[in-house]
Write a protein that binds this ligand. Sequence first.
Ligand code: FAD
Length: 339
Amino acid sequence: MFHPALTPDAPLDRHNSFRVPARAVWLAEIENPDHIPEILDLPQTRNLPRLILGAGSNVLFTRDFPGLVLTLRNRDIKVLADDAKTVLVHVEAGVRWHDLVTWTLERDLCGLENLALIPGLVGAAPIQNIGAYGAEISDVLETVEVFDCQAGQGRRLDREACRFGYRRSQFQKEPDRWVIIAIELKLSRKAPLRIDYPGIREELAALQADPPTARSVAEAVIRLRRRKLPDPAEIGNAGSFFKNPILTPEHGQLLRDRFPELPVFESPLGKKVSAAWLIERGGWKGFREGDAGVSPQHALVLVNYGTATGAQIWSLAQRIQDSIRADFGLELDVEPRIL
Ligand SMILES: Cc1cc2nc3c(=O)[nH]c(=O)nc-3n(C[C@H](O)[C@H](O)[C@H](O)COP(=O)(O)OP(=O)(O)OC[C@H]3O[C@@H](n4cnc5c(N)ncnc54)[C@H](O)[C@@H]3O)c2cc1C
């Protein structure tokens, strides 16, 4: 007898935004997180590898997953506290991220407007500290509620404990130990809007949004994203595939002597160079081999034109890494999780 939440030999094609074929030995779709310990301790699942999956928009399956894929379907949003200035919101992991952004905008709450239209579910958002257009979830995140699979119990972690950085968190150090069940966000009724990121002011002007509001900033971000990024509903992709490399001062100088037009920008971790520029300069933008390719729209985005496998996309990614290492002496780190 199968447990009702379990599907055996489950196809994962619809559970990853690259739309590559893969199967899991078991798939568990769980509405009530109280059932997690029971699912993890079934005779069929107990000794198998485990993967916690959201909407699959930041993973690449290069083969079948030899174990249990667990995904949460809890979808409640509620207000925990509300004063004149701030609102504390509790959001369950299975809520679509952009639905949460829309929910906050409908209530004139500020804090998530720059993060509009990021694909995926709320439970995954703290994993890589999602960020865009000058904002990150860690700016507003108060608490993460988790189930600790190692200790077999629930815990609440504050922002400090999550150790957030640029597309980084503590959770990545022990993947699949922590199941994020819900998060708490502190949103503001009147936060200063972040409109300095390149492109936002121009879009606001085009929208005649004067003065700008959280809603108009979100609208500007949505317009920018729609223009720049291929839509995973139309063409398989996982957004940016590579991170921007950080330069040592010596290497930065060497590269700038060789390539005076090299786009370098400041970050809290030091000077960074645009990975998109490196890839374009390496001649990869728009490259296609079979159905695996580099988007002609955005050099950081690898795409599946239809029937590419994860292994083919991963092989292309590694060729790009080799070429950037040979041309510029730089390592391109990968953003999605390779499975
Ligand atoms: C077109 C496109 C644009 C994108 N733009 C951005 C962007 O601007 N900024 C940005 O930061 N990201 C961006 N991404 C990446 C992606 O949207 C985010 O990383 C998102 O948070 C992934 O959510 P998901 O539910 O799909 O997670 P998944 O891909 O399912 O999982 C991602 C990671 O989180 C883990 N995980 C998922 N859910 C849980 C949970 N409940 N508990 C514990 N671990 C969990 C998984 O094991 C995996 O390691 C983009 C992706 C696409 C396709």
